[in-house]
Design a protein around this ligand. Sequence first.
Ligand code: NAP
Ligand code: GDD
Length: 336
Amino acid sequence: MPTRTALITGITGQDGSYLAEFLLGKGYEVHGIVRRSSQIASTTRIDHLYQDPHESNRKLYLHHGDITDAGFMVNLIRDVQPQEIYNLAAQSHVRVSFDLPDYTANVTGLGTIRLLEAVRASGIDTRLYQAGSSELFGTIEPPQDENTPFHPRSPYGVAKAFAHWSTVNYRESYDLFAVNGIAFNHESPRRGETFVTRKITRAVARIHAGLEQFVYLGNVDAVRDWGYAPEYVTAFWHMLQADEPRDYILATGVPATVRDFAEVAFRHVGLDWREHVQIDKRYERPAEVPALTGDPSRIKAGLGWEATTKWDDLARLMVDADIASLQAGNDLRSTP
Ligand code: NAP
Ligand code: GDD
C-alpha cells in the first residue's frame, strides 16, 4: 500500500504531538507546521520524533510557517499534497482570548478559512479535520450533543463557532470532505501548564515535595468533561476514515468540577486540597462557561470510538507524571 501523507497544523501542541506519534506509528508521512521562534523550545513535545533532513526513509517533515499567512498555506498544501489535513492550530486558551480577541479571531477563526481556501485553491483531493470545541455550547445546559445550539461565551468560543460553520459551509458548497470534531476538554502530562488540570497537577507535585504551599485558582465550581488526549487524537483519525463526512461530539460523558479534580489530585499524594487551594479572582473570566458534559453516543454508534480514561484516573496519572518530571530535574514553577 502506498504511504499516506498527512499535514498537521498545531503539531507542536498537546494534541498535535500525540497525533503525530499515532500517524507515524501507522506508517504515514507526516508534515507539520512549526512557528518561527527565537528559541527552539516550542518543539519540546515533538523533539523525540525529530528526524534530521539528511536521514534516509524520513517520515516526519517540519515546515516553518503560520496559519495567519494565506500564501504560505496555499504553497504548502500544493507542495505536500496531503491526503489528510488536521487543523489543530489555534490560540487555544479561553482566558487569554479575552485579552487578545483580535489575535484569537485571526488565528483560531480566520486561520480555518485560510486553510479551507488553500485546499480549494490547490484543487487537491484531501480530507480535513477541524478541531472544534465544546466551548461552542457556552451556557446551554448539559448534556450537550451534536444537535445542541451554540452560545459561545468568549472570543475563543466565537472564533471556534466561525471555524465550525466555515467547515460545514465548505463541505456543503464544494463537496469537500471536511468535518468538525466538537471535542470536550482533554488533558495529559503534555497539557499546557496554564490550563486548570495541569496547573493543579504541577502544583501538587511541588507542594508534595515541600517546594510551595498553595495553588491559586478561580472558579472551582465549573463543571468539565475531562478525557485523555492520546485517546482523542485517534477519534480525529477515525473521523477522516469514515464513509461519510460527519461532525461528532468527542467526550467521556462524565462530569466533574474543578474542585473534584483538585480533591482527587491532592488525595493521590495524601494531601487535603482544602489546605492548599486558595481562590484568586484574577483567574475568573468575564463570562464563564459553567457546565460542559458531552453525549458521545453518536461517535460510539457510528465509528466505534469511545473514551476509556475517566477524569479521576486522568488526575492521578497527571500527578504521577509531574512528580516524575520534578524528580528528573524540571522545576515546574507556576507560570503566568
Ligand atoms: P495547544 O496545546 O494550545 O496547541 C496549539 C497549537 O497551535 C500549537 O502547536 C501552537 O504552536 C499552534 N499555533 C498557535 N498559533 C498558531 C499560528 N498562528 N500558526 C500556526 N500554528 C499556531 O492546543 P491543544 O490542546 O493541542 O488543542 C489542539 C486544538 O484542539 C486547538 O485548536 C484547540 O483549540 C482545540 N481543542 C482543544 C481541546 C482540549 O481540551 N485540548 C478541546 C477542544 C478543542 P506553538 O506550540 O508554537 O504555540
Ligand atoms: N485555566 C484556569 N486557571 N482555569 C481555571 C482556574 C485557573 O486558575 N481556576 C478555575 N478554572 C476554571 C475555568 O474558569 C474553567 O471553567 C475551567 O477551570 C477549565 O479551564 P481551562 O482548563 O482553562 O479550560 P477551558 O475549559 O477554559 O478550555 C479548554 O477546553 C476547551 C474545550 O471545552 C481549552 O483546551 C480550550 O482550547 C478547549 O476548546
